[in-house]
Design a protein around this ligand. Structure first.
Ligand SMILES: Nc1ncnc2c1ncn2[C@@H]1O[C@H](COP(=O)(O)OP(=O)(O)OP(=O)(O)O)[C@@H](O)[C@H]1O
Length: 187
């Protein structure tokens, strides 16, 4: 069972998480919710090993992949390259995946810096889903996507989860349901 135990996280003098514990069952989808600013993204950063807690332990999450709200793409690589470099897949696999989430071949060859916000979001999600690893961590994956695009992305995520443990931050109960969440963490 992956999880965090008695986690305390600080930014300077500000304590964001204090003795926080949660479980993320292996192979299940866990939806994480809570008011804005309560520390959801901070929790994800700890799960990914990007942020060191002041105290507490993290178990599981040996090789997680992630898509953050701000996408974190390499701006001067194409959409396809952003995926192949990080996920270690072929260009063909990246192109096929991008097509499934609504890209045409010209968009796939644009630099990330030239993509719209919703396109960059989709590249980041495809990258996270195609990456090898034992867990997938998604922060508000459908935020700002129109309904048709959301449907395509949702299908792509569900078809490419490969039974991995997934942690999804979302305010929307519909996201949790559509992703098949069976566990819920309220922060
Ligand atoms: N790098 C940082 N330096 C200082 N404070 C930070 C930093 N990152 C986040 N915080 C603060 O930590 C708190 C939790 O932020 P976090 O982004 O984890 O919240 P959240 O629950 O994900 O919010 P939202 O739902 O709005 O995305 C906030 O008060 C935020 O201002």
């Amino acid at each position: 069972m992956a999880g965090v135990h008695e986690l305390t996280v600080r930014y300077g003098d500000i304590t964001v998480l204090k003795n926080f514990s949660a479980e993320f069952p292996d192979g299940a989808v866990t939806a994480v919710s809570g008011r804005s600013g309560c520390g959801k993204t901070t929790l994800l950063a700890v799960l990914l090993g990007l942020l060191r807690p002041a105290s507490g332990t993290v178990t599981g999450f040996q090789r997680p992949s992630a898509a953050f709200q701000e996408d974190r793409l390499l701006p001067y690589l194409t959409a396809v390259k952003n995926i192949t470099v990080a996920a270690g897949c072929t260009a063909q696999a990246a192109q096929d995946a991008l097509r499934q989430v609504g890209f045409d071949s010209a968009d796939s060859e644009k630099n990330a810096a030239a993509l719209s916000g919703g396109m960059a979001r989709r590249v980041a999600l495809v990258r996270a889903m195609l990456a090898e690893g034992d867990a997938v961590i998604l922060d508000e994956p459908f935020k700002g996507l129109d309904e048709l695009t959301r449907t395509a992305v949702l299908r792509f995520v569900n078809e490419n989860r490969r039974g991995r443990t997934m942690v999804v931050v979302t305010h929307d109960p519909r996201d949790a349901e559509d992703l098949g969440a069976t566990h819920f963490v309220r922060m």
